[in-house]
Design a protein around this ligand. Structure first.
Ligand code: UD1
Length: 344
């Protein structure tokens, strides 16, 4: 029997790659998205890559007026579980509009939980973030490290994790995986789907890609005096297709295990690259110049963070496989074939 999964935020950057992975594994999907940071063209391309159809509901999960319709649609879809990726994700914006971040991210999660309960599908993979660890943890960071997010966006992820822990404690039928992503980059190898941020990119890879393609003059490297090997920040970049496979592995784990309750699992590669190493790798992959200048540190940044990725391998039998070269080559294939993203 076909396994049926709800994917919220399924048209977004990570969601589109998760959707492809799940479709290719033979699952049927109901995608719920409001296109606030994505578009219908992404859905069309997911279907084209996977050669499969998606059921779709355009809805803002945080809108209370839509809760009933969402529950009804989920119930009728008869899912076995969900992957929850919908949410706001810009750190700077979350500092300026904290109430909106809490309202949208927390309400969306709660609406989905209610819909899954109504559908009798108490299995959930939640898109959390390594940002829940805050800035005091020593790398490699394992799941048992102290939590302490440093901004409202990170706290929404942390609070949702906590809510899910309470929900699973109260009802042992729930099986939940909080997946703590490190830095997702890259694009599908076809070059047809990828990251298409609204406005000026906040994150390193989309910014580098837009410099390489000539959309921006130069990269500002935030901080050249960190206590790292070349003075620039070190992160654990993970190819988005590896990350997508990690969701499939997590769903299968939850289906297989009798009573995992809630598990918290890092999805990273276990190795860090500096900003300058990432720039050098992108330069090689794209054969373009990437002009940059060292700029002041960005508020809230840590010097270095990378994952202890052992638990995902032990529980799910999953590990990241793609190299930084593939991350750069695939980002570049997407960016150069789609210089204006989806043209939204
Ligand atoms: C950021 C968020 C994190 C979120 C993640 C989602 C912040 C402080 N953190 O992580 O909460 O979960 O994105 O993808 O925003 N860099 C530059 N120049 C740039 C952009 C970035 O030098 O124009 C540097 C940063 O200082 C950092 C590295 O590149 O050392 C990676 O930055 P970024 O891609 O924004 O990711 P994080 O900050 O790790």
């Amino acid at each position: 029997m076909t396994d049926r999964i709800v994917v919220t935020g399924g048209a977004g950057y990570i969601g589109s790659h998760v959707s492809v992975s799940l479709l290719e594994a033979g699952k049927a999907l109901l995608v719920i998205d409001d296109f606030s940071n994505s578009c219908p063209e992404a859905l069309r391309r997911i279907e084209e890559i996977a050669n499969a159809k998606i059921e779709f509901l355009k809805a803002d999960l945080a809108n209370p007026a839509l809760a009933e319709k969402i529950t009804e649609t989920v119930r009728r879809f008869r899912p076995s579980g969900a992957v929850h990726l919908a949410g706001l994700k810009a750190v700077g914006e979350s500092v300026e509009e904290p109430a909106r971040y809490y309202r949208v991210n927390l309400n969306s999660a709660l609406t989905l939980v209610a819909a899954l309960e109504a559908a009798g599908a108490k299995r959930l993979v939640f898109s959390s973030s390594a940002t829940v660890y805050g800035d005091r943890s020593q790398s490699p960071v394992s799941e048992s490290a102290a939590l302490g997010p440093t901004n409202p966006y990170g706290r929404t992820k942390f609070f949702i994790e906590e809510m899910l822990r309470d929900i699973a404690r109260a009802d042992p039928e729930w099986k939940i995986a909080n997946l703590r992503y490190f830095n997702p980059v890259g694009a599908h190898a076809s070059g047809r789907i990828g990251e298409d941020p609204n406005g000026v990119p906040n994150n390193l890879f989309p910014f580098i890609a837009q410099v390489a393609v000539g959309r921006r003059d130069k990269l500002k490297v935030f901080g050249g005096d960190y206590p790292t090997r070349d003075g620039t920040g070190v992160r654990d970049y993970i190819h988005v297709s590896d990350l997508a496979r990690g969701h499939l592995a997590a769903l299968d784990y939850l289906a297989r295990e009798k009573s995992p309750g809630v598990i918290d699992v890092n999805l990273g590669t276990g190795r860090g690259y500096s900003v300058l190493e990432a720039v050098a790798a992108f330069k090689r992959a794209s054969n373009r110049d990437i002009p940059y200048e060292i700029a002041p540190r960005r508020d809230g940044d840590v010097a270095e963070i990378y994952a202890d990725a052992a638990l995902a391998e032990r529980l799910f039998g999953w590990k990241a496989e793609k190299s930084i070269e593939e991350m750069c080559a695939d980002t570049w294939r997407w960016q150069s074939a789609n210089p204006d993203g989806y043209g939204r």
